[in-house]
Design a protein around this ligand. Sequence first.
Ligand SMILES: C[S@@+](CC[C@H](N)C(=O)[O-])C[C@H]1O[C@@H](n2cnc3c(N)ncnc32)[C@H](O)[C@@H]1O
Length: 483
Amino acid sequence: MTITKTSPLRRLVDILSDAVTRIDEKYASANLEFPSLDKPFDEDDPACLMLSDSRVVPLSSVIVAAADQLIASARHPMQAVLDIAQSHTISACLNLACETCVTEILREAGPEGLPVKDIAAKNKIHPGKLARALRLLATHHVFVEVSPDVFANNSLSSMLDTGKSTEVLFTQPKAEKFKGVGRSHCAYVELTTGDSMRASALISDTLLDPAVSHSEEPSEAPYLRFSKAKSYFDYLYAPGNEYLKNKFQAAMGTFGTSENSTVVPGGFPWETLPKGTKVVDVGGGVGSACRDIMNKNPLLRFTVQDLPSVTEEAIAYWNHHEPKAITDGQVTIQAHDFFIPQPVKDADVFLLRYLLHDWSNAKAIEILERLREVAVIGKTKVIVVDGLIQYACAVDRKTIRGAEGIVFVGSDEKSGVPAGLLPNLGKAGARNYCLDLTMMAKLNGQERTLGDHIRVMDASGWKIRKIYSPEGRRISHVVAEAV
Ligand SMILES: C[S@@+](CC[C@H](N)C(=O)[O-])C[C@H]1O[C@@H](n2cnc3c(N)ncnc32)[C@H](O)[C@@H]1O
């Protein structure tokens, strides 16, 4: 029998090959070489910077989606499923590497790397066990085993670097680890692979427990099965949990970095807001979103609201980064619980960044209702900066109830996805889906589909007018007006 049809594997390889050719062309035309996986990532290197370029990101997303689908297709399905089933061990090893400062030790050792016994002498971990953890990570392209039992940093492992010296890291109190770190991806990774993973492991137990299975209460989320508190945030801010709290704050700081900026091409056009526009950042943490917006739009005014446990840090943050902003009155830090009536009655914009996803629909509606109570029709906007979850199948958004009249800027569905790939680009966008489950595990919260966003806005007296989905970004800007 002669088989003439193109095999599914070949079709995926063709998609991959086409995207690789186009990326190579982009690098060639910029006279740059594609960055090596073997070297630490250098944020000042134009070749590394180009990885976040909006002309490159859609192509790399296609490569990731096609490569992952190729991996899923190419071998016996049992092997593929077992790989996924065991992936918690990779997270556990990442956590160990972060907690024990392996990246920093290897940075100080240089490109030749260091025998595991010397790494272990510094971080006091059993050398044989550490070698096994690092080998699992090296097998997944985090660290390199340059010769037997000798490990070095590579591009991925360099993302775990606090930038601090090991002398400081091993002598300072643990709660200080993430204080003053420039790049805080390490905090985000440590948080995700630490208590987020513990909570995720309890999702099944919680959903199988009839007493809490259908609950939307933050106090009945999986996280609360091992932490004694009313909710995740109560636990986070309780005395004795400073290490976790500082890690969380530093992890949120990651979202102030350029790759997560709230001021992006194709996002909400902050520059169109008139001078003096009053922006209230609700649950704003230390206010890294406002700082980002203010730096590019210096004529706007900001109030950063959060729980009293955060305001002191917010003041320290602004005094450190923009000392004049608070004294000049351009930025106000205010302790406020968003479940009680909103004290700012004349806001033009309520910004909710990475906030509604912490909460179930019922709680998100309560938060939005408190804002609606002080909103003025025709003046006040709510801008929700969060993920916009795509279905894993093709959907015509016109068929989604309540979507008529919404203006979509950019794409809320991945445009130009090559035929044969998942419409949501699978692995390339998988982080949003993982974050969705993390929110379920920690707070009974959720990332939202278009239909979910519409429902919570409609139920709280707001109407979505526009959704900006910047190309190549994980997040969307959902703009609603009071009705
Ligand atoms: C995921 S963080 C996002 C922080 C910030 N919006 C950002 O993008 O960096 C959620 C924030 O909500 C705050 N928060 C939690 N419960 C709150 C409440 N009841 N009232 C006000 N803020 C609250 C937390 O302290 C935390 O800073």
